[in-house]
Write a protein that binds this ligand. Structure first.
Ligand code: KG4
Ligand code: ZN
Length: 374
């Protein structure tokens, strides 16, 4: 059994995990910095690095103790090299390197996006399912919205046997979908991060008609490319043109100031019109993500679709994908909510694949904020 300690620090989560043979999660610890960045309405890079520094030792220790292991029993250390915030990445990389040298264990660098792909395999393994390759994978988070074709690569095994190969087939031309959620929530006075609260508000039964309709987003050129900044701007203009929103937005902002940011606290402060607006926004995002991903699946004639990243936690996205996939005879795979957002189990799982292929990093490993997967 190969037990890999994974370390993740690319954005605003300090995470460590131990995964056995790339598939069994022995522990997974995530320290979120949401409370620190909330008052700025987004991740502040300098604060993120400092917080990673404060958390990393505790988080790694907690991951080891949860797995019932000592540092010396780890077989290798996997660490996120990029993409992400340079200062944040450097904290994990420096710690990972130091551990590897001190323990005399191999160091494996991991692409964060490959980690998100492996989150899907981890979950499938737990559920006793196999995601058949080639597959189309949508990674959709606060920082990324990108479509890959994932093939089995060097091995004829259809699971984690060989190095996976990635081909980028579409990506956002402007905002990531999660970023659109966060910006729309901010302008509506619904706090940060926007995804979870908008997800729940959109699901509230409400008979009000949509106060504005958002049609399908047109992108010239590659039909598999996404664009979300137009939608966010459309919400902004709609709100500006309708002064009746101003009062409730202010009321909610005051509630947020008092720390009342829970769904149950904000729901009574939302008019039916606002709930209908949120529902229309979410429907537009979900429709766009599902349509383009399923178009890719059709074009490439794949049997599986994988969806990962923070926005993959969205309830409507999950049910819509499942419905569409069922109708098309395609299997769709999501990580659990905990594995959808940033975590280190996915990093340890991705590291295992490289470990087996003998791809190791040395002490010259550096952060690569724009590291590409393909
Ligand atoms: O993967 P993640 O934890 O970090 C990044 O790499 O960005 O994703 C965070 C993003 C945020 O933009 C957040 O608003 C969004 O994922 N998110 C959601 C939901 N939960 C988190 N978006 C829509 N619906 C959700 N339930
Ligand atoms: Zn991520």
């Amino acid at each position: 059994m190969t037990r890999i300690l994974g370390i993740e620090s690319s954005c605003d989560e300090t995470a460590a995990a131990v995964v056995a043979d790339g598939r069994e999660i022995l522990s997974s610890v995530v320290a979120s910095q949401i409370d620190i960045h909330r008052k700025y309405g987004g991740v502040v890079p300098e604060l993120a690095s400092r917080e990673h520094l404060r958390q990393i030792v505790t988080v790694v220790r907690a991951a080891l103790s949860q797995a019932g292991m000592k540092l010396g029993e780890v077989d290798a250390i996997g660490v996120t090299q990029g993409p992400g915030l340079v200062g944040a990445l450097l904290v994990g990389i420096t710690y990972g390197k130091t551990l590897a040298v001190a323990l005399g264990k191999p160091l494996v660098s991991v692409n964060h996006l490959a980690g998100h792909v492996h989150a899907v395999f981890l979950e499938a393994f737990k559920a006793g399912r196999v995601a058949k390759l080639p597959a189309v994978c949508l990674i959709v988070s606060g920082g990324h919205t990108v479509l890959y074709e994932v093939t089995a690569g060097d091995s004829d095994r259809q699971d984690l046997g060989g190095l996976l190969r990635y081909r980028k087939i579409g990506q956002t031309r402007d905002d990531a979908a999660g970023e659109a959620y966060d910006k729309v929530a901010k302008l509506l006075g619904l706090g940060y991060p926007g995804g979870p609260i908008l997800d729940r508000l959109a699901a509230v039964p409400n008979g009000a008609p949509a106060p504005v309709k958002f049609g399908p987003t047109k992108t010239r050129g590659n039909p598999l490319d996404f664009s979300f900044s137009g939608l966010k701007t459309a919400v902004l203009y709609h709100v500006r043109e309708h002064p009746e929103y101003a009062g409730e937005i202010q009321t909610r902002e005051e509630a947020l100031q008092r720390g009342e940011r829970k769904f149950e606290q904000l729901l009574p402060l939302c008019s039916p019109q606002t709930l209908a607006l949120v529902r229309e926004f979410q429907s537009a995002v979900v429709r766009d993500l599902v349509e383009r991903t399923m178009l890719a699946a059709e074009q490439l004639a794949v049997e599986s679709v994988m969806v990962s990243g923070g926005v993959a936690a969205n309830s409507q996205l999950r049910t819509t994908f499942e419905e569409r996939a069922r109708n098309m005879g395609i299997e769709v795979f999501f990580p659990s909510r905990a594995l959808s957002t940033d975590n280190a189990a996915m990093i340890a799982a991705a590291a295992y694949e490289r470990f087996r292929a003998g791809i190791f990093a040395d002490s010259s490993l550096n952060a690569d904020p724009s590291l590409a997967l393909a």
